[in-house]
Design a protein around this ligand. Sequence first.
Ligand SMILES: Cc1cc2nc3c(=O)[nH]c(=O)nc-3n(C[C@H](O)[C@H](O)[C@H](O)COP(=O)(O)OP(=O)(O)OC[C@H]3O[C@@H](n4cnc5c(N)ncnc54)[C@H](O)[C@@H]3O)c2cc1C
Length: 414
Amino acid sequence: MPEQYDLIVIGSGPGGYVGAIRAAQLGMKVAIVERDRLGGVCLNWGCIPTKALLRNAEVIALLRRGEEFGFSFDNLRIDFSAAVQRSEQAARKLSKGVEYLMKKNRVTVVPGEGLLAGTGRVRVTRNGQVTELSAARILLATGSRPRELPGVPIDGRRVITSTEALSLPAVPRSLLIIGAGAVGVEFADVYNAYGSGVTLIEMLPRLLPVEDAEISRFLEKILAKRGVTIRTGTRVEGVAVEGEQVRVQVAREEKRETLTGDVVLVAIGRIPNSEGLGLAEAGVKLDRGGFIAVNDRLETSGTGIHAIGDVVAGPLLAHRAMAEAIVAVEGMAGQDVRRTDPLKIPNCTYCSPQVASVGLTEEQAKEKGLQVKVGRFSLQASGKAVALGDTEGFVKVVAEAEYGEVLGLHIIGP
Ligand SMILES: Cc1cc2nc3c(=O)[nH]c(=O)nc-3n(C[C@H](O)[C@H](O)[C@H](O)COP(=O)(O)OP(=O)(O)OC[C@H]3O[C@@H](n4cnc5c(N)ncnc54)[C@H](O)[C@@H]3O)c2cc1C
């Protein structure tokens, strides 16, 4: 007889573990299935280790400005391996924290690969051993993985994804980053601070394409001033490893050239982990791009099966996965809750200066035909920013002109 639960969660990232805890709080008997480390991408290979590396980058930048603050020293030595170690420690500590939370909330952790195996059934395989679990409800929180460039194999050494970029054995002399979304820009910041010659290559006309154009332009100027080479509106047509070098063929309009670097980081987005789960057999339909289709209660087309987080289309952010976990589980418990409007989910990029936003950009508001009024406040006039010595940045409010309803808020600054 399979072990019986009220809810089986597949995947223990910020979506899965928050869903498991909320379900336990609501009195359900819960199992969580995880094939790798507790905490998912966010804690182990995403948000947390990158934020730890970015903190190191901030400290270096501050040390380099030491004299402004009355500190002077000779021979500043910078050890990249210590930064990697610190970020791994942060990830391990938080993954342990999830393990503790599972125990505290009496959630059973089942290590192994989960697969839907008939209505209300999950088969878990680990080292050839198979366990069957059953439950009235199943929550799919299997997340996502890096998208690869067609025809460009990731070798983990010269051509890497964000996962390998977290623990390079040494700082590359030159780093070409393909994709200037949040992940690409954050790694550009880290490796620039550690002395790499960084080039950011972006197909769209600007960095952080989901952000307001003014914010993108401002950040572009700051990064360029720090020595990051920025190639926007530039298409990658091929990548070839030649000995210890990587050559990237790029095209901007009709002009073609070859860029050379020690390492190429492919940061062109992520794809959902929706294969190999037995979705078709369970009647779970997919959206475009392989994301699991859900309604506004996060129910899939499969009986008793919900899906949340990166495996569902929407902004690929940890706080979205967490918020959806709560909505999905409270919905299972009979509460009348709905998925958050994607427009109300804040965006974040933790480069320096940091970028945050919520709602419509000025361009999006205008495209909707709205009469727009814009307010700007420069951090040069912010007392806190002046006291910090970090006045690069501004706040921009996009409002509807007639009634002043706030449509979007955009910040770049410390
Ligand atoms: C470099 C980087 C930096 C990021 N920084 C931020 C940030 O600063 N802020 C932010 O909000 N977001 C950030 N993100 C995004 C964030 O990591 C994701 O949005 C978040 O992890 C999604 O959570 P999730 O629970 O949906 O899935 P995931 O965290 O991807 O977890 C899914 C889990 O499911 C497991 N799994 C998959 N299939 C199976 C199976 N069949 N059986 C068992 N287990 C399975 C996986 O092993 C994994 O542990 C970052 C991402 C990256 C890559």
